[in-house]
Design a binder for this molecule. Structure first.
Ligand code: G
Ligand code: G
Ligand code: MN
Ligand code: NA
Length: 253
């Protein structure tokens, strides 16, 4: 409860910031995207992990204003970099269940994008498989979001419950292979089979596929052999603050 009260004031006290992790196109090694990840600098506890505060934010409903702050901040940052003359890249933003279930989410996102002047094709929304369990609600919401022109990715793919039947019909653009499968892909032949099969399925369903949690060259080599499109992980960079991302990864047009 203490943490919930602190969380309640965190927005107005400006205690949140975003870090960005590059997403690399394997064919060319170009940075084509970044995932925005939320950080909370608690005045007494220091950095609190989203693993610890997102569930509290979900439970209390605070995720709605916090999630809106994330959307605005990440989109504004992307637009600022485009205005500065860097090669445009896509920003991936994590949605939580409570946000995804808001009936007016698409309207809110539309207003944010118009206000900032960011082309929706430079925004990717990450949802998880569990958010698609109520099939009809998910389909309606995804269709509304797709009509805006944003991309939709399924995060942590392979750890949830999505049936192949849903996957076939859902208006999504990309699967992000959960890092638990990628992490020991060289040691565990079952994980290698899973990564290979998800990648191949994504190709056949005309979906893009991103491997998460890539930490070494051997994993990268394996993913290339499987024709995985994009990769993300400590091999390229941990998530970093905006200034460092700009210096390290953005290229002038
Ligand atoms: O970077 P990392 O330790 O921070 O992220 C931990 C978890 O928190 C991940 O599952 C990630 O998806 C989630 N997360 C990070 N930022 C956000 C955010 O802005 N919104 C939501 N809903 N989840 C986030
Ligand atoms: O659930 P989601 O995929 O949104 O969360 C991404 C999480 O994975 C964040 O906590 C991020 O910091 C973490 N992460 C990103 N790259 C790596 C990596 O190469 N190895 C590990 N162990 N974690 C990573
Ligand atoms: Mn994610
Ligand atoms: Na993930």
């Amino acid at each position: 409860l203490k943490l919930e009260n602190d969380l309640r004031r965190a927005l107005e006290r400006d205690e949140f910031y975003l870090v960005y992790q590059p997403q690399v196109l394997l064919e060319t090694e170009e940075i084509v995207g970044m995932e925005a990840l939320l950080r909370w600098n608690h005045p007494k506890r220091g950095l609190v992990s989203p693993v610890d505060f997102i569930p509290i934010a979900e439970e209390s409903g605070l995720i709605v204003p916090i999630g809106e702050w994330v959307l605005k901040t990440a989109c504004q940052q992307n637009k600022t970099w485009q205005n500065a003359g860097y090669q445009p890249i896509c920003v991936s933003i994590n949605l939580s269940m409570r946000q995804f279930l808001q009936p007016n989410l698409a309207g809110k996102i539309d207003a944010i994008l118009k206000d900032i002047g960011l082309d929706p094709s430079y925004v990717d929304l990450e949802i998880t498989e569990s958010m698609t369990l109520d099939k009809e609600t998910a389909f309606d919401q995804l269709n509304r979001l797709k009509r805006l022109g944003v991309c939709i990715s399924i995060d942590d793919f392979g750890t949830g419950y999505s049936s192949l039947h849903y996957l076939k019909n859902m208006p999504i653009d990309r699967l992000k292979i959960d890092r638990s499968f990628v992490s020991d892909v060289m040691e565990d032949s079952n994980n290698a089979a899973i990564v290979s099969t998800i990648t191949s399925m994504a190709h056949h369903l005309k979906l893009k596929v991103t491997a998460e949690g890539v930490e070494n060259k051997e994993q990268l080599h394996f993913l290339r052999q499987q024709h995985c499109h994009e990769a993300q992980g400590y091999l390229f960079s941990k998530p970093v603050k905006a200034a460092e991302f700009e210096l390290s990864f953005l290229k002038p047009l």
